[in-house]
Structure formats: structure tokens, C-alpha cells
Design a protein around this ligand. Structure first.
Ligand SMILES: [Fe+2]
Ligand SMILES: [Fe+2]
Length: 302
């Protein structure tokens, strides 16, 4: 079954790329990619605008200061990210987020760095060279949020069901937009934008398929982690680092996430950064989610 988009997807110049109700068939996606006649100009992510200094600032903010505590780790990730080159239109899109929704901008940057880190860590254990592609994706997994009204992205209260549907639209909108800009609907950036909210047990969205793509799942683990620990205007208290990691551990126990990405993130939060085979995650002594935390909660329609 092909996914069907519920809301229109617009090109950054406001031209409609896909109307509401479009079934994203192979034929439609191939035609969409061929409609992009612009010259495929790529440019360096880290050399663009303030990206490098904005990213370095994120590394010093809790709890990322623990993960990126060693200069060697920061150097390794920055070196890997120096290889990221993106279509200029996508880099211009990052400016849109930096100017209008700084949280989403910083979120995409830190997820890019974190998933690069986890990908490199797992690669050394699994010899999965496909994970190298994680480096090339860059901060694009939530690019489809460009199709979500700012009033929803910036809302200071939990979203209503209707608003949530519009927010969820970002996954397929990102797939359409990134396929168009990369002129390739099978590229990792487009596939990860589409699939990063799917779950291993099929409980996610947009398609409710069983997630079996390790690259997408690494993005998912980092995405949930940042969603839990980040300060948001609508959330009085975010999860502390330990409770956020325990929440991810619960999700792996329930079969929503695989263990690899969760274990890698836990390992990087330990001082000695053990390898995958060197440690077990303790399932005891759990923390308590903060009172008034509204992660995953839905508000009544207004
Ligand atoms: Fe997302
Ligand atoms: Fe995200």
C-alpha cells in the first residue's frame, strides 16, 4: 500500500508539489523528481551561514555536553559532518527554521550530529557500512515541518487532535520535498524523513509499518531522546537525562524500538563510553517522569 498525503505539499516558492489526497505511488514519485529542472547545486552544510557555530554551541548544552565531552569525539563528528553537502534550496530552508522556529533548527542540527555518532559507533561493532550513509543525510529528517503552519510549530500548549494531524503531515511532506530537491525518492534523506516516526512494532506513523531500517531507527532514537530532554515553551519541566534514557529503554523493552540505537545512546552517556558488548542496561532503579510533562499528550479541541 502506498501512503496518501492528507494536506498539500508546497515547494519553497509556494508552487504545489503534491495536492491533498495524492497517493505517493512509484510513478508519482518518479514524475515528481523529473519535474525538478533546477541545476543540482550542492553546498557544504558546515560552511553555510552560522551552522558550524550553532552546532558547536549545542554540544556545550546539557545533556549533550556529556555525550560530546571529549574533544576527540567532537573532532571526529565534525570531520564526518564536513562531508555533508546539501542542495542549496535545502540550506536556504534551514535559514527559514533558524529565523522562524529556532527549536526545530537546533533539533535538526543536533539529531544530525547524534545520529552520525551512533552510526559510527554501531558500524565499528556491526561492520555495517551502510551506516556511513547516516553521515550524508544531514539535518533534514524534520524538513517537512516547513509545510506545517508556524502557529502549530510554535504553539505553547499541547496540540489538539486536528493540529496533531497537521504536525504528523511533516513526515510525508518531508519525503515529497526531499525527493524533489535531491531528484531521487530513494535517497536516504527522503526515506528517513518518511519513516522516522515508524516503530518496530508497527505502532508509529505515517503508514504504521514495522520499522526495519536501522538507519531510520537510529534517527528515531535520537529524535525521541531530544524530544524528551529539550526545553520547550509548552513544557514546564523536561525529562532529566537519566529518566529520558530509561524511557527509551522501556520503549525497547516493549518492542517499539530495537536495542542497538538505545544501547549506543546509553553507552555514550557513560563516562568510559563502553563498546556495545561491554555493558548491560540495568532495568532497575528507574527515575520518574517529571510532573506536568506533556510529552505525547493531546489537548482537547478548542
Ligand atoms: Fe519528525
Ligand atoms: Fe524530529
Amino acid at each position: 500500500m502506498n501512503p496518501v498525503i492528507q494536506f498539500p505539499v508546497y515547494h519553497l516558492n509556494n508552487q504545489v508539489l503534491a495536492t491533498a489526497g495524492t497517493e505517493l505511488t512509484e510513478e508519482f514519485m518518479l514524475d515528481l523528481c523529473s519535474r525538478n529542472r533546477e541545476h543540482h547545486e550542492l553546498s557544504s552544510l558546515l560552511e553555510y551561514g552560522n551552522v558550524r557555530s550553532d552546532l558547536m554551541r549545542q554540544f556545550r548544552i546539557q545533556p549533550f555536553d556529556v555525550i560530546f565531552s571529549e574533544e576527540e569525539i567532537v573532532d571526529c563528528i565534525v570531520q564526518a559532518m564536513e562531508h555533508i553537502h546539501l542542495p542549496v534550496t535545502i540550506l536556504n530552508g534551514l535559514d527559514y527554521f533558524r529565523d522562524n522556529d529556532f527549536h526545530t533548527y537546533r533539533h535538526m542540527l543536533i539529531i544530525s550530529a547524534l545520529s552520525t555518532l551512533i552510526g559510527q559507533y554501531l558500524k565499528s561493532d556491526h561492520q555495517e557500512h551502510q551506516l556511513d550513509d547516516l553521515v550524508g543525510i544531514g539535518p533534514t529528517h524534520d524538513f517537512g515541518k516547513i509545510s506545517v503552519p508556524l502557529s502549530i510549530l510554535l504553539k505553547k500548549k499541547p496540540l489538539t487532535q486536528t493540529e496533531l494531524e497537521l504536525m504528523k503531515h511533516h513526515a510525508l511532506a518531508g519525503y515529497v520535498l526531499l525527493s524533489y530537491y535531491f531528484k531521487d525518492h530513494t535517497c536516504a534523506a527522503a526515506v528517513i524523513a518518511r519513516d522516522h516516526h515508524e516503530r518496530r512494532d508497527g505502532s508509529g506513523y505515517p503508514q504504521g509499518i514495522r520499522q526495519n531500517n536501522l538507519m531510520a531507527e537510529i534517527t528515531t532514537v535520537c529524535d525521541i531522546y531530544d524530544a524528551l530532554v529539550a526545553q520547550r515553551p509548552y513544557r514546564p519541566i523536561s525529562y532529566d537525562n537519566r529518566t529520558a534514557l530509561e524511557e527509551l529503554t522501556w520503549m525497547a523493552e516493549r518492542g517499539e524500538l530495537g536495542w542497538e540505537g538505545v544501547k549506543a545512546l546509553v553507552a555514550y552517556n557513560r563516562e568510559n563510553k563502553p563498546s556495545l558488548n561491554e555493558f548491560q542496561i540495568s532495568l532497575e532503579h528507574r527515575g520518574t517522569p517529571p510532573v506536568n510533562n506533556v510529552y505525547g499528550k493531546i489537548a482537547k479541541e478548542e
